[in-house]
Write a protein that binds this ligand. Structure first.
Ligand code: 5GP
Ligand code: MG
Length: 191
């Protein structure tokens, strides 16, 4: 264990179990939506588009999509809200162009953590402009006490208290994304 880790909040086993269940639920709901459109969810291409919000959602999204036994595709967006050695959101900003082909598709926005809500608010407003068939939001972690933006959270892995966490894709100053557990850092780990 890295010396700067204070404690494990959510273990890799708990994460794996929860992410598998979320994948099952999502694919059941999306398959139903595709059937309601009159298509076969196992066969019809490109009705469902998963949109991980990078960089944080990369690890979560990789596990989540592998728990979804259905036809789907991926589009990536990059948003930054915690530049460098910061643990307070500086407001979300797009760092990449939005995929241009979301019209009439079922879109699932995937993020690592829902905090103030500024990231999901920004991306979902931009996606809406393309008139998708539906938009769902899916996050691994939720800090409900921190919300300042109105955001619907359709799928949530765990609610956590207002504490800065890293691991399983979440970083501090670019590090710790590779930790398999969600952990809290010791105070002296922060510059
Ligand atoms: P929001 O835009 O909802 O305020 O924040 C969402 C983004 O802030 C997340 O995608 C994540 O990058 C970052 N964030 C929020 N809380 C935490 C945290 O506890 N740890 C880390 N590493 N990032 C966080
Ligand atoms: Mg993020």
């Amino acid at each position: 264990m890295l010396p700067e880790i204070d404690r494990i909040l959510i273990s890799r086993d708990e994460i794996n179990e929860r992410v598998s269940a979320m994948g099952k639920q999502l694919s059941a709901d999306l398959s139903e939506a595709v059937r309601e459109d009159g298509h076969d969810p196992l066969a019809h291409p490109d009705r469902v588009v998963m949109v991980p919000i990078l960089t944080g959602a990369m690890v979560f999204a990789a596990d989540l999509i592998r728990a979804m036994p259905m036809k789907l595709s991926l589009r990536l967006v990059t948003v930054s809200s915690y530049p460098g050695q910061s643990t307070e959101s500086k407001g979300a900003a797009m760092r990449s162009a939005l995929p241009p082909d979301l019209a009439d598709r079922h879109v699932v926005l995937i993020d690592d953590i829902l905090d103030t809500g500024s990231t999901l608010r920004l991306v979902s407003d931009l996606v809406s402009e393309q008139s998708p068939a539906s938009i769902r939001t899916c996050v691994l972690l939720d800090k409900p006490d921190r919300r300042t933006h109105d955001v619907a959270c359709d799928y949530r892995g765990f609610s956590i208290p207002d504490e800065f966490v890293v691991g399983y894709g979440l970083d501090y100053d670019g590090f710790y994304r590779n930790l398999p557990d969600i952990v809290a850092l010791k105070p002296d780990a922060f510059a």
